[in-house]
Design a protein around this ligand. Structure first.
Ligand SMILES: C[S@@+](CC[C@H](N)C(=O)[O-])C[C@H]1O[C@@H](n2cnc3c(N)ncnc32)[C@H](O)[C@@H]1O
Length: 329
């Protein structure tokens, strides 16, 4: 039953806001919009509307990653619970709506707490309010932060327990493999010695399947991509004309990554943060990468970051892989 009094404002949950720089930095955005080739960091996708659109992407029939990862987690819930054991402190990076977290929370015996780390405060608050209601006994330690800059967990009173990093959604794929190793090393340092990792990775597959997933028929991924320009306009008093750009997503086989771009369909001159920004007709703004791996490649990558993988669970089509790994040192 719904308990209207249990909200973030009235609960004892203390959300730590490290004030990640989602507040668009004019300098960074202008540099990206004026570079050749042009690009913007994907963290700017996730304003309130961006987080909502991401959830909608997850429900599109072409977007297999979410459904497939959920199916793997559900099928392996018992195996995971056995490996993780009792008294787990679950630390999730890029937690979003914490939808997949519930699968772990439902199978773990006596978790001692949950630390969601998320750059979007709106998404974090929404997730925490839902969890407060559904898991009233669970201790929550939400952190609004850019995980690329997190060096420690900002709580003096975290409970003792096995620290388990959870990083689903193939979010790791948004990083260049070198950056992915650096982030995983940092995560290991943040969680401390003896930590474990549960991480989801999208696997390399037929390009047509990959490209369909990022070009859904209803145009939700296109709307998500274009929302970046709306976000820039709103945050930096811009007037980039959304109707002058089209969504483009394709598999770059040489680099084994899906690339998302916004391509100008005509020459554009616009103002952003008081400065002029120009696009030639056909010029592209690179907005996101999503690297695809083989399970073997990613096992090696984990090794490079100091994690020893002891399980790599896939689905029957081998579309997605969930790794269980432990800190090697
Ligand atoms: C691909 S979504 C995955 C969401 C969820 N974990 C899932 O599996 O459905 C990526 C999430 O990471 C968050 N995120 C992206 N970059 C981030 C960063 N640098 N620091 C913290 N969170 C970030 C986004 O706001 C978003 O909620």
């Amino acid at each position: 039953m719904r308990r209207p009094d249990l909200t973030l404002e009235t609960s004892p949950v203390a959300l730590r806001d490290l004030h990640p720089r989602t507040a668009m930095e004019a300098r960074e955005v202008l540099a990206g919009l004026r570079a050749n080739p042009k690009s913007l960091p994907p963290k700017y996708f996730y304003d309130r509307e961006g987080s909502r659109l991401f959830e909608e992407i997850c429900d599109q029939p072409e977007y297999y990653p979410t459904r497939t990862e959920i199916a793997i987690l559900e099928a392996r819930a018992d195996a995971l619970a056995n490996r993780l054991g009792r008294e787990v402190l679950l630390i999730e990076y890029g937690s979003g709506s914490s939808r997949k977290t519930r699968i772990l929370l439902d199978c773990l015996p006596e978790p001692v707490g949950y630390v969601p780390v998320e750059i979007s405060r709106a998404a974090l608050e929404g997730a925490v309010e839902g969890l407060l209601e559904e898991y009233p006994g669970l201790s929550l330690y939400p952190v609004c932060a850019d995980y690329m800059e997190l060096r420690s967990l900002p709580f003096a009173d975290l409970p003792e327990g096995k620290r388990v990093l959870f990083f689903p959604g193939s979010t790791i794929g948004n990083l260049h493999p070198r950056e992915a190793v650096a982030l995983l090393r940092n995560m290991r340092a943040v969680a401390g010695p003896g930590c474990a990792l549960v991480l989801g990775v999208d696997l390399r597959k037929d390009a047509a399947v990959l490209e369909r997933a990022y070009n859904d028929r209803r145009g939700v991924t296109a709307a998500f991509n274009l929302n970046l320009l709306r976000h820039v306009n709103k945050a930096l008093e811009g007037d980039l004309p959304l109707d002058a750009f089209r969504h483009r997503a394709f598999f770059n086989a040489r680099l084994s990554r899906i690339e998302m771009h916004l391509v100008a369909t005509r020459a554009v001159t616009a103002r952003v943060a008081g400065k002029t920004v120009r696009f030639g007709e056909g010029e592209s703004l690179h907005t996101e990468n999503s690297y695809k791996y083989s399970a073997e490649e990613f096992t090696e990558l984990l090794k490079g970051a100091g994690f020893e993988a002891s399980a790599a669970w896939t689905d029957p089509r081998k579309y997605f892989c969930v790794f269980y790994a432990e800190s090697a040192r």
